[in-house]
Design a protein around this ligand. Structure first.
Ligand SMILES: *[C@@H]1O[C@H](CO)[C@@H](O)[C@H](O)[C@H]1NC(C)=O
Ligand SMILES: *[C@@H]1O[C@H](CO)[C@@H](O)[C@H](O)[C@H]1NC(C)=O
Ligand SMILES: *[C@@H]1O[C@H](CO)[C@@H](O)[C@H](O)[C@H]1NC(C)=O
Ligand SMILES: *[C@@H]1O[C@H](CO)[C@@H](O)[C@H](O)[C@H]1NC(C)=O
Ligand SMILES: *[C@@H]1O[C@H](CO)[C@@H](O)[C@H](O)[C@H]1NC(C)=O
Ligand SMILES: *[C@@H]1O[C@H](CO)[C@@H](O)[C@H](O)[C@H]1NC(C)=O
Ligand SMILES: *[C@@H]1O[C@H](CO)[C@@H](O)[C@H](O)[C@H]1NC(C)=O
Ligand SMILES: *[C@@H]1O[C@H](CO)[C@@H](O)[C@H](O)[C@H]1NC(C)=O
Ligand SMILES: *[C@@H]1O[C@H](CO)[C@@H](O)[C@H](O)[C@H]1NC(C)=O
Ligand SMILES: *[C@@H]1O[C@H](CO)[C@@H](O)[C@H](O)[C@H]1NC(C)=O
Ligand SMILES: *[C@@H]1O[C@H](CO)[C@@H](O)[C@H](O)[C@H]1NC(C)=O
Ligand SMILES: CC(=O)N[C@H]1CO[C@H](CO)[C@@H](O)[C@@H]1O
Length: 325
């Protein structure tokens, strides 16, 4: 009998062991998420006690600003918008490997963006707007292939947009099919100190862009700030584009003669050094409701095609077009 029973007992043991491991694996991961959040908390000053329930004794899925998946296995969201937090963003956040949303808008985070965040493979939204962050956007962010929403507007970031940003395919020669599905639709880096050339390489590879906001940085156009056509040519691939903001950068060049974005509603090019005339083809932008070309070096007149298109909406600003003698 003993000989017959033995395999059965072994089998039972095996099943118990496997099940036990599964549960404790999740428990272990959630404990790691919690430890990372407590570490994150240690590096910030929290004058409004927003994080007062972030304690060893509490359940991590009950922490203010935190959301777990429905099974309470892992933390998937951090949203601490407008919480008056002051401090550095701890690299320990990168241990929350199931995170989908990281939103720290409207706080007083300073220091650099930890490059370690690039290990958050599931990240879809990364929003750090209205803080005091400095330094570059880490090169390694090209690894965040599931990102759809990226905003760092209103910080003090420097450097240029990394050439491989969101499109780690330079080594493959051509765009792999999987990457054409990368659905980055919002890229907003406005009001920083970013320099370098307008990211023409990026827009060609991100056909899903809907909002592209680059205004008030220190970028230049192609050929030592004389050629806007390279950028606009690559931008043609972004057929879903609705908003393009490139204001306040002293960009040099002429307006492209053809702009074919059927959904473009907003085009803000004010405060640049764009010269030449305004092509009548601008009137073909059938969805355009806001065009701002103020404070440039444009001459000539705005054709009727353009004005009639835009007169539907009184927020349109095509004013201050310099007329040469
Ligand atoms: C900060 O705390 C005060 C009083 O406790 C509260 O009235 C206020 O809404 C809090 N502000 C934020 C941003 O949480
Ligand atoms: C979360 O907090 C509520 C009360 O605030 C409590 O009823 C619930 O059991 C807590 N959840 C966990 C998982 O601890
Ligand atoms: C994040 O929190 C803010 C303030 O509570 C809220 O307005 C916003 O909708 C939240 N964002 C997401 C994606 O849940
Ligand atoms: C950024 O830092 C400056 C100076 O340190 C401070 O005056 C300003 O209030 C800070 N802004 C934010 C959004 O924290
Ligand atoms: C990325 O997103 C796709 C589509 O939503 C999903 O199938 C895939 O599992 C995601 N990858 C990661 C690492 O989250
Ligand atoms: C591109 O991805 C490969 C592996 O997927 C990685 O080894 C390499 O470092 C990435 N390159 C950049 C610039 O992120
Ligand atoms: C890319 O999108 C196409 C069509 O939307 C879909 O058939 C395909 O499975 C997607 N590929 C990946 C890797 O998600
Ligand atoms: C833009 O799209 C065209 C045609 O779809 C394609 O040939 C070209 O390679 C794309 N540009 C980039 C930079 O991917
Ligand atoms: C802007 O960029 C130019 C070179 O393109 C550089 O000389 C200048 O210092 C930059 N200004 C700032 C404020 O970064
Ligand atoms: C506009 O300026 C260009 C040179 O920048 C000149 O060639 C052209 O004749 C001017 N057009 C008008 C209408 O003044
Ligand atoms: C624009 O039009 C709206 C309603 O059509 C009106 O309420 C608003 O006062 C107008 N603004 C200006 C600047 O004329
Ligand atoms: C387990 C693990 O990944 N721990 C890492 C958490 O994040 C810190 C800071 O990046 C790393 O030093 C740990 O190795």
């Amino acid at each position: 009998m003993a000989l017959i029973r033995l395999p059965f007992i072994l089998l039972l043991q095996y099943l118990v062991t496997v099940t036990g491991n599964g549960d404790s694996a999740y428990h272990h991961s959630l404990q790691k998420d919690k430890a990372a959040l407590l570490e994150f908390k240690r590096s910030i000053f929290d004058p409004n006690s927003t994080l007062s329930n972030w304690e060893e004794g509490a359940h991590v899925c009950n922490f203010t600003g935190i959301r777990c998946d429905k099974f309470h296995h892992r933390v998937v969201q951090i949203n601490l918008t407008g919480s008056k937090l002051l401090g550095k963003i701890s690299p320990f956040i990168s241990n929350l490997t199931r995170l989908h949303y990281l939103i720290l808008d409207e706080n007083h985070f300073f220091g650099t963006i930890p490059p370690e965040l690039s290990s958050l493979q599931h990240l879809q939204t990364l929003s750090l707007m209205k803080n005091n962050l400095t330094g570059p956007i880490p090169d390694t962010f090209s690894l965040l292939t599931n990102l759809t929403f990226f905003s760092v507007r209103e910080n003090s970031l420097t450097g240029s947009l990394p050439p491989t940003f969101f499109s780690n395919c330079t080594t493959l020669g051509q765009l792999p099919a999987s990457l054409t599905n990368v659905t980055l639709y919002n890229l907003d880096v406005e009001y920083n100190l970013l320099s370098g050339e307008l990211p023409f390489y990026l827009v060609g590879k991100q056909p899903t862009l809907v909002f592209l906001h680059l205004s008030y940085n220190n970028m230049t156009s192609h050929d030592s700030n004389t050629n806007l056509n390279t950028f606009f040519r690559e931008l043609k691939n972004c057929t879903d584009l609705e908003e393009l903001e490139l204001a306040g950068m002293g960009l040099g060049g002429t307006l492209p003669s053809s702009l074919d974005h059927p959904n473009l509603r907003l085009l803000d090019l004010q405060e640049n050094r764009i010269f030449g005339s305004i092509p009548p083809e601008m009137g073909n932008l059938s969805s355009l409701i806001m065009l701002n070309l103020a404070f440039n070096l444009l001459n000539g007149t705005i054709s009727e095609e353009v004005t009639s298109r835009l007169s539907r909406d009184n927020t349109t600003k095509t004013t201050k077009v310099h007329k040469s003698a």
